[in-house]
Ligand binder design. Structure first.
Ligand code: PAF
Length: 283
């Protein structure tokens, strides 16, 4: 039976009780509108813990003024049913007031330097600071031993790893593989914004990531591969934010055959912004 908690105090009492029993707490933070990708995070959390807590909170501080905060899909009833069917033990469903009691302007701000200024951070100013801010709050509220984050938002995963280590949160961060539709499109709550032909065109992102991997395997210059990837996406109808090859720490590689590289893409189709990445060893 999954219990739903709207306040931090009530959740903390439950978590404290589990801790007294020596149980390990796993945590899956989400913004709701859950799909198979999220449920896989719950399964993974279960492998690392005795009790799984999830949260649903559409965090206003990680959306820019012209982004989709208001229209972000909110489907609490089906989310709750889905989490319960996955045997999630507890759900934190806080209001904006519970999360930010002094408001989103009066709240303590966070800035994670360097890594938040590149890639998605360069195109969504303040986004990752908002993510770090809410995840720090959620860690403090839930006090988990382990927390699971998807690799699809690779930069977010790196920001959270950095913040967790730098602020000494006693939380193990477990990355989860990206789940894809059968045609390769990475699962995302934003896929449902895609209209008509856009859904088919969206598969081009994963194809382009594979193209980038092949180019690196052939030892072709990184700059050339990035330019070609961007051109291919533009010709397919995307407005490209970036198509880049990076090291796993998101620094720029010197050569296409370095081990542990990944290709990352963020591109818009109509009003929908999609992100994806592919980790590969070109050697
Ligand atoms: O990845 C998400 O869904 C969100 O960015 C997160 C980590 C739940 C923070 O709001």
């Amino acid at each position: 039976m999954m219990d739903t908690f709207k306040t931090v105090d009530s959740l903390r009492r439950q978590v404290a009780d589990w801790r007294r029993q020596g149980l390990r707490i796993g945590f899956v933070p989400t913004m709701g509108n859950l799909h198979a990708g999220h449920f896989a995070l719950v399964d993974l959390a279960r492998q690392h813990s005795d009790k799984v807590v999830s949260s649903i909170f559409v965090n206003p501080t990680q959306f820019g003024p012209n982004e989709d905060y208001a229209r972000y899909p909110r489907t609490p009833d089906s989310d709750i049913a889905g989490l319960a069917s996955k045997n999630c033990d507890a759900l934190l469903l806080p209001s904006v007031e519970e999360m930010y009691p002094f408001g989103t302007i009066g709240c303590v701000q966070m800035h994670v330097p360097g890594i938040t200024d590149i890639l998605c951070g360069a195109h969504r100013p303040g986004h990752f600071n908002g993510v770090a801010q809410v995840v720090a709050r959620l860690f403090n509220m839930v006090q988990p031993d382990v927390a699971v984050f998807g690799r699809k938002d690779y930069q977010q995963l790196q920001v959270i790893r950095y913040m967790t280590s730098e602020m000494s949160f006693p939380v193990d961060i477990v990355p989860a593989p990206t789940l894809r539709e059968t045609d390769g499109l990475a699962m995302s709550s934003r896929n449902q914004y895609l209209q008509g032909d856009e859904r088919q065109t969206a598969t081009f992102i994963y194809q382009t990531l594979q193209f980038m991997r092949q180019q690196c395997a052939l030892g072709l210059p990184i700059g050339m591969t990035e330019d070609q990837a961007e051109q291919r996406l533009s010709m397919a109808g995307f407005t490209v934010d970036y198509a880049e090859i990076r090291r796993s720490d998101l620094s720029r590689p010197k050569a296409p055959n370095e081990p542990g590289l990944l290709a990352l893409i963020a591109a818009r189709l109509g009003r929908t912004r999609l992100i994806d990445n592919l980790e590969f060893d070109a050697v």
